[in-house]
Design a binder for this molecule. Structure first.
Ligand SMILES: Cc1cc2nc3c(=O)[nH]c(=O)nc-3n(C[C@H](O)[C@H](O)[C@H](O)COP(=O)(O)OP(=O)(O)OC[C@H]3O[C@@H](n4cnc5c(N)ncnc54)[C@H](O)[C@@H]3O)c2cc1C
Length: 480
């Protein structure tokens, strides 16, 4: 008989691991704090509006396909992924805009409007990042340890990945205007870090966005966790919701405890965020680590459509270096914020009542490592954003609100147990990537594993899906 495995957390990482291991025949039980699956990929339904609360971009579609292929299933039986015609629109502070399309020729003519001759740099940038992507992609399915640093092959790899260069420096090599450098590095914010300090190999995100394009699951992003949960259940995995694990102990077997309740298993995989898992569940002291930024979120159900907005819209601060310094260095809520507006109803009108739109606004803000009270700044942030949108689009979103929900930095701590409200988990600087990022096996307790954003390979849906493959392979290999 196969071993009994417990997974703590039904985020995308826990769900994908549950699907893979139950497909392999393990006896699988999932224990989740919340009443439903998805973790940070959550859904709020209110008066006919369906708000995806977390991720909104499906990048690196191969990583999604791979999970289903692993389980000998066809992704199209679970998810209807459509490719967006318009990837996103960038609104610059001086009134310029840049739209990135699925159609490369259309994108090139947009780039030329901002920087004459930029198409040449664009093609060179794509060639350079393709090389990085081809080198990085297989590595995302590997668990590295510090011991790997001693291998000569590792040094060759580090040289190839040009780790001395930042994401920003890479873009600067191919584009002259700061506008385009920002347009080709803003994706660093997808993993909650600054392009000025992130290694250039994270440009694989930009590569995927431009070359593999952006997908949207019809029915909304929440279809992704639902599909994984459904597949895991089909293979026999059992789910226990409203079960917050407060302690894990190893005796003959593992004990997973929640107050008076005790469950046992041969192996345990923890999907709860790694720093919290160590501090809150395993009662360990953790070293000083660097955390990603936090975000303030506003979910609006609008009484009418705002056609001037695309599916994905980015509004850049007037002074972007200052904006990034405020968030990442000065721990100051920016008074000149950059922000993002997600209008999924542009592609998927069924997410709102007929003739209405959803506008989900995301504002990167400092994490709570240095404590501050976000609500002291909320009015300022809201006024700035709504005034700016009104100025750019001629529409005051405040006049169109039918339904509104808000999510604050400290909600990440309360709801998801994410230390310091670091929305994207541990930061992705060089010393918290690959060899230096927490491993997917626990180095202190054999039989305990970690899956999810703050472990290897890192944060974001594709990488969290890769993390579930790493853990599955470690367990199936029987070596760890
Ligand atoms: C606002 C936002 C926007 C994002 N945008 C994108 C995007 O566009 N594209 C993209 O690819 N990624 C994006 N991301 C990142 C992506 O959503 C995450 O990397 C990914 O969902 C993390 O999954 P996870 O399984 O690692 O963790 P989680 O989703 O945090 O799952 C962990 C689970 O563990 C549970 N848990 C915690 N403690 C306990 C406990 N003690 N007992 C039991 N259960 C517990 C939690 O409730 C949670 O369900 C975004 C994230 C956010 C928040």
């Amino acid at each position: 008989m196969k071993e009994k495995i417990a997974i703590v957390g039904a985020g995308v990482g826990g769900l994908a691991t549950a699907a893979r291991l139950s497909y392999l025949g393990y006896d699988l039980e999932v224990y989740e704090k919340l009443p439903e699956c998805g973790g940070r990929a959550h859904l709020i339904e209110d008066r006919g509006f369906k708000f995806d609360t977390g991720p909104s971009f499906v990048l690196m579609p191969d990583f999604f396909k791979e999970v289903f292929e692993f389980c000998k299933k066809d992704i199209s039986d679970y998810l209807s992924l459509v490719t967006l015609d318009t990837n996103y629109k960038i609104f610059y502070p001086d009134g310029k805009t840049l739209t990135i399309y699925q159609d490369k020729a259309k994108t090139e003519s947009e780039l030329e409007k901002i920087e004459p001759g930029a198409s040449l740099g664009y093609n060179k940038f794509l060639q350079a990042t393709e090389k990085i992507y081809q080198s990085v992609k297989p590595l995302l399915y590997r668990c590295f340890s510090k011991a790997d640093l001693l291998r000569p092959s590792t040094w060759a790899l580090i040289k190839k990945l040009n780790i001395g260069k930042t994401y920003w420096q890479l873009a600067k090599k191919y584009f002259k205007s700061p506008e385009l450098c920002y347009a080709f590095t803003f994706e660093a914010m997808f993993i909650g870090v600054s392009p000025f300090s992130t290694p250039s190999f994270y440009s694989v995100i930009t590569y995927s966005d431009h070359v593999e394009k952006i997908r949207h699951p019809m029915g909304g992003m929440y279809q992704i966790p639902l599909a994984l949960e459904k597949m895991a259940k089909e293979f026999g995995a059992k789910f226990h919701y409203n079960f917050e694990v407060d302690k894990i102990k190893k005796e003959d077997r593992f004990l997973i405890m929640s107050g008076e309740k005790k469950k046992s298993a041969d192996k345990v995989i923890v999907n709860a965020d790694w720093p919290y898992t160590n501090q809150g569940i395993l009662k360990r002291k953790i070293a000083k680590l660097k955390y990603s930024c936090s975000v303030y979120l506003i979910y609006l159900g609008l009484i009418e459509k705002v056609e001037a907005l695309e599916h994905h819209n980015l509004f850049f601060a007037k002074d972007l270096p200052k904006n990034l310094a405020d968030i990442f260095t000065n721990s100051k809520v920016p008074d000149d914020p950059s922000f993002y507006i997600h209008v999924p109803t542009r592609t998927d009108p069924g997410l709102a009542p007929q003739g209405k739109d959803i506008a989900y606004i995301l504002v990167p803000v400092p994490n709570l490592e240095k404590k501050y009270y976000f609500k002291d700044h909320e009015e300022m942030i809201r006024d700035t954003i709504f005034n700016l949108v009104k100025d750019k689009l001629g529409v005051d979103l405040r006049d169109l609100i039918e339904v509104e929900h808000r999510f604050y930095p400290d909600d990440f701590i309360e709801r998801y147990n994410i230390l310091n409200a670091a929305t994207f988990g541990l930061s992705h600087n060089f010393f918290q990537s690959a060899f230096f990022r927490p491993t997917n096996f626990d180095s202190k307790l054999k039989g305990l594993y970690h899956v999810g954003a703050s472990t290897q390979p890192g944060g974001g849906l594709p990488t969290v899906l890769a993390s579930s493959k790493i853990v599955t392979d470690l367990i199936a290999s029987g070596r760890f």
